[in-house]
Design a protein around this ligand. Structure first.
Ligand SMILES: [Zn+2]
Length: 464
């Protein structure tokens, strides 16, 4: 399999080890629902894992749970719950969402708070080697001027970095991190503050808690060793988080941290960045309320290339629903009823092009295009019985790679025909500026227990 490696800036063939193909994915901070932008990343990483399995790699995945940071502490204290109870609740919700979206669980899912010792040990190593220093308040910082490789992933040199950090408002953080030698130095250990309440751990430098970056370096080392094969996360993590992980790991371990880096691009909603203030932070529950299944969301989010931005609108879900319907229909026709599973396929007879698209920098849109092209060809021809079994095995294996279950039970909330007709009439009235009529029809829909939400170019119907 070939992937674009952010580190080298090139498409590279992933090397086949005899052992495990070791991967580390930066996981969620558990203080709220994950939004669909987060899920875009986890879903595409899931397609990668599944494709590697089918391609004969032996993937081993670590995806961490960040269960201590400013936000988890702040919100746990606000709700009057212990940090542990608070993050456990959100971790469970995250797991439920992942299961609904058919994201395979990682092989290891370490929590930051359960690895404080490993993080302290790594910080001690960094201090011992001269890469980190203790500030007067008991915080510990990484000295980026001590690491020549800093900036290798984001192609920034240290001078650019300084300007960038100051320009992007980095200066305002100085108030609580005034002890740093340089504004670019980042915290490995944060000394306890009054607003942290009881949420601190003892360390050689006094009470405090680890910085966010160090958890990934320490836990990757514990579960995967000093050097891993591939590291992945959303593109917003490339700098500074991933750059800092490289600095910590390579300085502490004295070895290369990761051979390949894969970054998943942003999700935009109706052309805008997702944000709380715009009210466009959709969760899986929001998608369900609009009458779409988790599988529809999965399809919509994996249908675009991971290296490109995806502009998400509710039309994407309409298209996804149609596409899933076609795949379901085709599978019902060719399968022996045993459901989606992966097979070992040595020579592809029907869907070789589609699988090749996945192997070539995980080109999911091209893969789906090739699948539908083939389906059309097959639908217009005739097949011998001997070909049917190969066809079904190949199709099933591709659906496994994409994580599409094609399960009828996954079907969406069924919108009754009369509701659909009313909704269509109301949309027509609204778009022809007959607002009195549109309001009257909306009222009728509400009385039937359905609500309509409009976007610029379309609408969705939601059960109340
Ligand atoms: Zn990380």
């Amino acid at each position: 399999m070939k992937l674009f490696n952010t580190l080298s800036g090139k498409n590279e063939k992933l090397r086949h080890n005899t052992g495990k193909f070791k991967m580390y994915f930066c996981g969620p901070t558990v203080y709220s629902y994950a939004h669909i932008g987060n899920f875009r990343t986890y879903l595409l990483q899931d397609v990668l894992v599944r494709t590697l399995e089918v391609d004969g790699y032996n993937p081993c995945v670590v995806r961490n749970i960040t269960d201590v940071d400013d936000k988890t502490i702040r919100d746990a204290m606000k709700t009057g719950t212990s940090l542990g109870d608070f993050t456990e609740k959100w971790t469970k919700i995250f797991h439920d969402d992942c299961r609904a979206l058919s994201i395979k669980p990682p092989d290891f899912e370490p929590k930051a708070t359960e690895h404080i010792g490993e993080q302290i040990a790594m910080i001690e190593t960094l201090i011992g080697k001269g890469f980190a220093y203790v500030a007067p308040d008991g915080s510990v910082y990484f000295r980026i001027s001590a690491f020549d490789g800093y900036g290798m992933l984001s192609n920034l040199d240290k001078r650019d970095l300084k300007t960038q950090e100051l320009d992007s408002g980095g200066g305002k953080n100085l108030a609580d991190e005034y002890n740093r030698d340089s504004v670019c130095d980042f915290a490995l250990w944060k000394a306890a503050k009054a607003e942290d309440g009881e949420n601190f751990w003892p360390s050689p430098w006094g009470n405090g808690r680890p910085g966010w970056h160090i958890e990934c370096s320490a836990m990757a080392k514990k579960y995967l060793g000093k050097t891993i094969d591939l590291h992945s996360g959303g593109i917003d993590l490339k700098f500074p988080h991933h750059e800092n992980e490289i600095a910590q790991s390579e300085c502490a371990n004295g070895e290369k941290f990761s051979h390949y880096w894969m970054h998943i691009n942003h999700l935009l909603i109706d052309g805008a960045k997702m944000s709380k203030s715009l009210g466009n932070l959709y969760t899986l529950d929001d998608i369900r309320k609009h009458g779409y299944s988790p599988q529809c969301l999965r399809y919509a989010l994996i249908a675009a290339h991971y290296s490109q931005q995806l502009n998400f609108t509710f039309n994407n879900l309409v298209a996804a629903k149609n596409a899933l319907g076609k795949l379901q229909k085709f599978f019902a026709k060719i399968s022996d009823g045993s459901g989606i599973q992966k097979f070992k396929i040595t020579v592809w007879e029907f869907f070789g092009d589609a699988f090749e698209s996945l192997l070539n920098n995980m080109n999911t849109p091209e893969c789906l295009g090739n699948i539908f092209k083939k389906i059309n060809e097959i639908d217009s021809g005739t097949l011998g019985d001997d070909q049917k079994s190969n066809l079904s095995r190949e199709f099933s294996t591709l659906m496994y790679c994409l994580g599409l279950t094609l399960d009828e039970k996954e079907a969406d909330v069924e919108v009754p025909e009369n509701v659909k007709i009313l909704a269509g009439k109301r949309w027509k009235a609204k778009t022809s500026k007959n607002f009195t009529e549109a309001d009257k029809l909306r009222q009728e829909l509400l009385e039937l227990g359905w609500n309509m939400s409009d976007s610029r170019e379309s609408y969705t119907i939601e059960k109340l």
